[in-house]
Design a protein around this ligand. Structure first.
Ligand code: F6P
Length: 561
C-alpha cells in the first residue's frame, strides 16, 4: 500500500514546481471542463502549444491563465460538501467554508467534493463552475453512498467518537465499506484531473483515507489533511472498529493538522502505539520510510471583515427590529447547529436554574437560541430536537408571562450579515458545547462587538476556542449552577471589565485570522517536502501574491474593526 518511493515522489512533485515547467504548461487544456477534468496522463502527452489545444484566458493573455487553469501548480481543496456559489442565494458560511475560501483566495485552485445532491447515476466527470479564480468541481452521491458514508460511518460513528461520545456510535460493516467506497470514488474522480505539481489539501473526517487511496493510484503530490472537529484521546479512538484502516490511513498525508494542541497530542498518542509507526523527530512519524508531520493550527475567522460587517449590520432595519422587539430586555444569545455536541439541553437547564435562583432577572432578560436543523435523518439528531423543544416549552411555561417569553427559539438559517447584527445586539453569548473542535461562533461574537461597549462571552472549556479566548468567562457546561452563576456575572459585568476582557481577545483575532491560519498551514505543508532550491518556489506558490495589509492590531485596525 505504501510501496511508493518517497524520494522519487518528493522530487517529482517539487520538481514540477520549477518555473520553467510552469511556463511550459501555460497553454495546456482546451475548455473549462478540460481544465479541471483532463487526466494527468492525457495532459502530459500533449505538446504545450496554443495551436493544437491551447486555451486562452478570456482577456486574451496566454500567460495569465486562471480558474484552476493550466499554468503552474494548483491548490486542490477537497471536502465532503462544496459550497458552490449560487447567484442570488444565501451562502453557507460555516467554519469550513470560510476556511476553504481563505485558502483559495488569490491562489489558483479547485474545490472538489460532493454537490449535496443525491443521484443514482454515477457522475462520469465532475460538474464544474468557475467563480473568481476558483473552479468548483462536484459529483453527486447515490442514496446508498449518502446513507452508508455520510449518515453512516461519518456521522453515526466518526462524529460521535471524535466528540468523545462513544455511547452514541452505531458501527456497522456495511457503513464502513460504504465509507471506504466513497473515499475510493473521490480518489478516482480526483485522480482523473490531478497534475503532478498540484498541492492537495483534504478537509475533515469524511475523507481520512483519501490520501492512501490517491497514493495507491500512484499520486505522489504533497497532500495535507485538516481535522475541523476534535480528536478524542487514545482509548476512545480505539473504540472505532478497524481504526487502523481509517485513523491509521492519516499517515499517508504529509501533514495532518488539528484545531488544538490537545487534539494533536491525542493523535500523537494514538500514533505512538500504532503498529509499524516509528516516532521521528519532533512531531514527525514514520511509516515504511515515509514521513507524516502533525501540528495544531487553530482555525479562525475573517476578523476585520466580520467586524466591519457587524458594524454595518447594527444599522440595518433587521437589527432595528430586533432591538425594538426586545423592549428593554437584556439579550443572551446561543447560536449552534442543532447537534448533541453543542450542549443546548445543558444550556437551557442552566438558564432555567438562572431564572430559578435569580427571580429579580425574570422579565428582564431573554435567551435567543438559534439552532438550524442538521443531519435530520440521524436518530440522535431527531432526538435532540425533540428534547430541546420540550425543554424550552417547559421553561417558557414555568416562568413566562403574557408579556414576556424567557426563551425565543428559531430553527431557521440566518445569513452571515443577519447573524453579525444579532451578535452585536447581544449582551451575552452563551456558547457552551460539550465538545467542539473550535467553535467559530465564539470568535465571530468577539469580532462583532462594539469595542467601546462590548458584550460578554461565556464559553465552554471544551470548545477549542477556549484555548485562545481567555477573556471569556470559561465554564464547565456540565455544571448547571456554574453556568447560571457565570450568566449572572456576565449580565452584571461593569463596562471597564467588559472592555478589559474583550480588547485582548479582539487583538488576538485580528492577528490570528483566517488568512494567517491558511498561510501557516500551507507553509508547514511546504516544509514537509523541503528540498534545497525547490523550497523557495513552493513557498512562493503557497503564499498569496497580493500584498496583504499588516494584520497587527494597530490602533487604526482596531478603530476600523
Ligand atoms: O464542523 C464539521 C462539519 O462537518 C463542517 O465540515 C460542516 O460545515 C458542518 O460540520 C456541517 O456539516 P454537514 O455537512 O454534515 O451539514
Amino acid at each position: 500500500m505504501l510501496a511508493y518511493n518517497l524520494i522519487g515522489s518528493s522530487l517529482v512533485a517539487l520538481g514540477a514546481l520549477s518555473i520553467a515547467t510552469m511556463r511550459a504548461r501555460a497553454n495546456w487544456g482546451s475548455s473549462a471542463l478540460d481544465r479541471t477534468t483532463g487526466a494527468q496522463e492525457a495532459v502530459s502527452e500533449r505538446a504545450p502549444s496554443p495551436e493544437n489545444d491551447g486555451w486562452y484566458h478570456q482577456h486574451g493573455d496566454p500567460s495569465v491563465v486562471e480558474l484552476g487553469g493550466s499554468m503552474g501548480p494548483r491548490l486542490i481543496i477537497v471536502s465532503n460538501r462544496v459550497a458552490v456559489p449560487e447567484p442570488g442565494s444565501k451562502q453557507m458560511a460555516g467554519g469550513l467554508v470560510v476556511a476553504v475560501k481563505a485558502a483559495l483566495r488569490n491562489r489558483t485552485g479547485v474545490w472538489f467534493g460532493w454537490s449535496g445532491k443525491i443521484d443514482e447515476t454515477e457522475t462520469a466527470e465532475p460538474r464544474t463552475v468557475e467563480r473568481n479564480h476558483i473552479t468548483y468541481a462536484v459529483i453527486d452521491l447515490s442514496k446508498n453512498d449518502f446513507e452508508e458514508y455520510y449518515n453512516g460511518l461519518a456521522n453515526r460513528v466518526l462524529w460521535p467518537i471524535l466528540h468523545y461520545r462513544v455511547d452514541l456510535q452505531e458501527y456497522s460493516r456495511a457503513d464502513h465499506s460504504g465509507y471506504m467506497r466513497v473515499n475510493r470514488l473521490f480518489a478516482d474522480k480526483l485522480s482523473a484531473f490531478l497534475r503532478e505539481d498540484d498541492v492537495i489539501w483534504v478537509h475533515d473526517y469524511h475523507l481520512m483515507p483519501l490520501a492512501r487511496e490517491l497514493r495507491i493510484r500512484g499520486r505522489l503530490n504533497p497532500i495535507g489533511f485538516f481535522l475541523h472537529i476534535p480528536c478524542a484521546p487514545l482509548d476512545i479512538l480505539r473504540t472505532l472498529p478497524h481504526h487502523d484502516e481509517i485513523l491509521g490511513a492519516l499517515t499517508d498525508y504529509d501533514l495532518v493538522g488539528f484545531q488544538t494542541e490537545n487534539d494533536r497530542d491525542n493523535f500523537a498518542a494514538y500514533l505512538s502505539t500504532a503498529p509499524g509507526v516509528k516516532k521521528g523527530r519532533g512531531l514527525t512519524f514514520e511509516v515504511e520510510g515515509r514521513q507524516t508531520r502533525i501540528g495544531a493550527f487553530p482555525v479562525s475567522i475573517e476578523t476585520a471583515t466580520y467586524a466591519r460587517l457587524a458594524r454595518k449590520a447594527a444599522r440595518s432595519p433587521f437589527a432595528k427590529e430586533i432591538r425594538e422587539s426586545l423592549t428593554g430586555l437584556r439579550l443572551v444569545l446561543g447560536v449552534d447547529r442543532l447537534d448533541y455536541s453543542k450542549g443546548i439541553v445543558q444550556r437551557i437547564n442552566a438558564f432555567d436554574r438562572f431564572l430559578e435562583v435569580n427571580p429579580e432577572w425574570r422579565s428582564r432578560v431573554t435567551l435567543l437560541q438559534i439552532a438550524p436543523r442538521s443531519r435530520s435523518a440521524i436518530i440522535d439528531y431527531a432526538a435532540i430536537e425533540n428534547e430541546v423543544t420540550t425543554l424550552i416549552g417547559r421553561v417558557n411555561g414555568r416562568y413566562g408571562e403574557a408579556f414576556w417569553t424567557p426563551i425565543r427559539y428559531i430553527n431557521r438559517f440566518h445569513s452571515r450579515t443577519a447573524l453579525s447584527g444579532i451578535y452585536r445586539a447581544a449582551d451575552v453569548a452563551l456558547i457552551t458545547p460539550l465538545r467542539d473542535g473550535m467553535n467559530i461562533v465564539a470568535k465571530e461574537y468577539v469580532a462583532a462587538q462594539d469595542p467601546e461597549n462590548p458584550g460578554v462571552l461565556v464559553l465552554s472549556q471544551f470548545a477549542g476556542a477556549a484555548a485562545e479566548l481567555t477573556g471569556a468567562l470559561i465554564v464547565n457546561p456540565h455544571e448547571c449552577d456554574a453556568v447560571a452563576a457565570a450568566l449572572k456575572r456576565a449580565l452584571g459585568m461593569p463596562l471597564f471589565e467588559r472592555r478589559e476582557r474583550h480588547g485582548p481577545m479582539l487583538e488576538h483575532l485580528l492577528v490570528h485570522d483566517i488568512d494567517q491560519w491558511a498561510e501557516s498551514y500551507l507553509a508547514a505543508l511546504a516544509e514537509t517536502r523541503q528540498r534545497p532550491g525547490l523550497m523557495s518556489e513552493l513557498r512562493a506558490f503557497l503564499s498569496p501574491s497580493r500584498s496583504r495589509t499588516d494584520r497587527r492590531a494597530t490602533p487604526e485596525v482596531r478603530r476600523q474593526a
